[in-house]
Design a protein around this ligand. Structure first.
Ligand code: ZN
Length: 416
């Protein structure tokens, strides 16, 4: 333990009969073939022909995920001017997402203009049985330029499930003689495209050198940290964090890590971070090869047990730091992390005292010290849920220490 102080209108589907029935036949034939080719998940889907005349005639769509970000790119054949942006009377442009068993529409993301050339997305949660809107939230997750509408979002924020889902794009508009009534285009022409949402699991972080006691005060963010684990309490902390929508950083003792692969993976799956707290809780302040060895062995144990996570942060046991220790850490590409809010939970001051110290002591950028293992942690275990709720009630966003410090985090995409 560390002891000294730290989102459609009903569309009258009157497909422009003008240009020729033949083109519609061709479209249908192609449509019967394309879905089979489109089974490859995550690729680019193109509209087989210019099948509608209007500003929102669809040309293609793609659904891709990179790290924690899904990007849906919708292309139109012609550039869409600011006066032609969807929303209101100018038309609609929506992506419908389907999942569940039985498969049904769960979410519709409609691009709407919100001022001068700017767009937002009405995120509608749907009743999968009848497609009616249950709830709407407007999100600033879209950009538009020329023929491209791009939606970028964290699938977790939108409540998308990990795994296979199905999607389709539909646009509608009104346009002079060519389209006296409402016209529409759909992609695919019938059915849906498959897509996959992955769970983004942290695979490591890259540190800058040095030492910190807190993060930047810009942005109302705080980081909860747990030292001295993994322990028999860890899974309980994870359950509380998950229940309250919080994350934490776990500074672990190396010798306690081997054989704890399940708990290590569970920590990462919850969006938390792993970090280093020496091999055997030694005083590392003399630095040199001793400190290097303690840190290296621990990072190796974390990497092995977690399935590859590369830690970039350590916390000196007892907060016993020195310039020579920081130098040793720098050489390993690791940053020393102390704290600015100490709950002193290990002294067993009572659950309410621990909650009060964490919640009331926090300011923007705070790193809050608590303990995972090393003794009786029943008070800490009881305090975690109320602390997350209390910090959120004060307007703080809980982040991991790598996030708080703006360190580059790499992710691997998991299907589970
Ligand atoms: Zn400790």
């Amino acid at each position: 333990m560390t002891k000294n102080s730290a989102g459609q209108p009903k569309v009258a589907v009157r497909r422009r009969r003008s240009l020729f029935a033949t083109s519609l036949v061709v479209t249908c034939t192609i449509a019967a073939v394309v879905p089979a080719l489109a089974q490859a998940v995550g690729g680019e889907h193109t509209d087989p022909s210019r099948d509608a005349k209007g500003p929102l005639d669809l040309a293609g769509v793609s659904f891709k995920q990179d790290a924690r970000e899904v990007t849906i790119t919708i292309r139109t054949h012609d550039p869409v001017g600011n006066g032609q942006l969807p929303g209101g009377k100018s038309g609609t442009l929506c992506v419908t997402l389907e999942w569940g068993s039985p498969l049904g529409p769960q979410k519709r993301l409609c691009v709407v203009k919100v001022g001068d050339g700017k767009t937002a997305v009405n995120d509608d949660r749907l009743n999968p049985r009848n497609g009616k809107i249950l709830a709407r939230k407007q999100r600033r997750i879209s950009t538009h330029q020329g023929t491209r509408f791009v939606l970028r979002f964290d699938p977790v924020d939108l409540g998308l499930p990990v795994g296979l889902l199905h999607f389709g794009v539909r646009s509608s508009w009104r346009l002079g003689k060519a389209c006296r009534h409402t016209c529409e285009d759909k992609l695919p022409s019938s059915g849906t495209f498959p897509a996959r949402v992955y769970r983004a699991v942290a695979a490591g972080c890259a540190a800058t050198s040095g030492q910190v006691t807190s993060g930047p005060s810009s942005g109302k963010r705080v980081a909860i940290t747990f030292d001295d684990g993994p322990s028999s309490y860890t899974s309980g902390y994870l359950a509380s964090l998950r229940a309250e929508g919080g994350v934490a950083t776990f500074f672990q003792i190396g010798q306690q890590v081997p054989g704890q692969g399940a708990i290590e993976r569970s920590i990462l799956a919850g969006g938390n971070a792993l970090a280093n707290h020496s091999w055997d809780h030694a005083d590392l302040s003399r630095g040199g090869s001793f400190a290097s060895s303690e840190l290296s062995r621990t990072s190796a144990a974390i990497k092995t047990a977690s399935g590859g996570y590369r830690a970039c942060l350590y916390r000196p046991p007892y907060g016993a730091t020195s310039s020579s220790l920081v130098s040793a850490g720098n050489a390993l590409g690791m940053k020393s992390v102390l704290w600015d809010v100490d709950t002193n939970d290990w002294k067993l001051p009572g659950t309410s005292a621990i909650i009060s110290r964490a919640v009331n002591g926090a300011r923007a950028g705070s790193i809050i010290l608590m303990h995972d293992g090393g003794g009786n942690r029943s008070q800490t275990a009881a305090a975690v849920g109320p602390i997350v709720r209390g910090l959120k009630a004060r307007g703080f966003t809980l982040v991991t220490v790598p996030e708080l410090l703006g360190l580059k985090t790499t992710y691997r995409l998991s299907t589970s």
